[in-house]
Design a protein around this ligand. Structure first.
Ligand SMILES: NC(=O)c1ccc[n+]([C@@H]2O[C@H](COP(=O)([O-])OP(=O)(O)OC[C@H]3O[C@@H](n4cnc5c(N)ncnc54)[C@H](OP(=O)(O)O)[C@@H]3O)[C@@H](O)[C@H]2O)c1
Length: 180
């Protein structure tokens, strides 16, 4: 299973100003890459706080949403969208990351994107489950906010590709080599 982290960062390293901010501040090139990559994989993994920022689920992708309290969060989501039952593309889970990936493999997925936020990026990174990083560096500053990761880590990476847009957005792709 190819497991990739995908995120947009400010030049000073933040993914959001606060945990209820929707990531609408990113460039059209970042949005285009996000849609294309995640639609190809067909499945995204995210935390409940990130899903809370979505106005609606993303089309054509299975959403695996991590929470510590599945029944409470399910109730919240059913209420928010006025649904009687969860649609087929929403799966709310309190399983461990390894078990989530194993289930996805059994369902026939060969690629998945870890779509944040900070808590979920750290959860998968620290479990050594991430192979690739798709980071977009946007030429904006927040000064403070939520960092890409919320805990210490020590990994070496190899740059696979880089692209710079006219307005100075950097689209990077890295492979994780090892944790030292
Ligand atoms: N710029 C970008 O590319 C980007 C990408 C993604 C997200 N974001 C931003 O990031 C912010 C949210 O990030 P965040 O770090 O605050 O929250 P998050 O990672 O999206 O979600 C955190 C939630 O995940 C659940 N969780 C965490 N660890 C868990 C574990 N070990 N087992 C089961 N469930 C677990 C908990 O849900 P419960 O509280 O329900 O138990 C926790 O409150 C938002 O502003 C969002 O827009 C930005």
């Amino acid at each position: 299973m190819k497991v990739s982290l995908i995120a947009a960062l400010t030049l000073d390293g933040f993914i959001a100003r606060h945990s209820s901010e929707f990531a609408s501040w990113t460039s059209k090139e970042d949005k285009r890459r996000f849609v294309s990559k995640t639609k190809t994989a067909g499945v995204i993994i995210l935390g409940s706080k990130t899903f809370d920022t979505f106005p609606k689920p993303l089309p054509d992708r299975l959403h695996i949403i991590h929470t510590r309290d599945v029944s409470e969060y399910t109730k919240k989501i059913l209420g928010k969208f006025s649904w009687d039952t969860l649609p087929e593309n929403i799966l709310i889970t309190s399983k461990e990351p390894e078990d989530v990936l194993e289930d996805l493999e059994k369902r026939g997925f060969s690629e998945v994107f870890i779509c944040g936020g900070s808590q979920i990026y750290s959860l998968y990174l620290n479990a050594n489950l991430i192979n690739y990083l798709y980071l977009t560096i946007e030429p904006v500053l927040f000064g403070s906010g939520i960092s890409l990761f919320n805990s210490e880590c020590d990994f070496k990476l190899r740059l696979i590709s880089e692209e710079r847009t006219e307005l100075g957005t950097l689209l990077l792709e890295h492979e994780i080599l090892q944790n030292s």
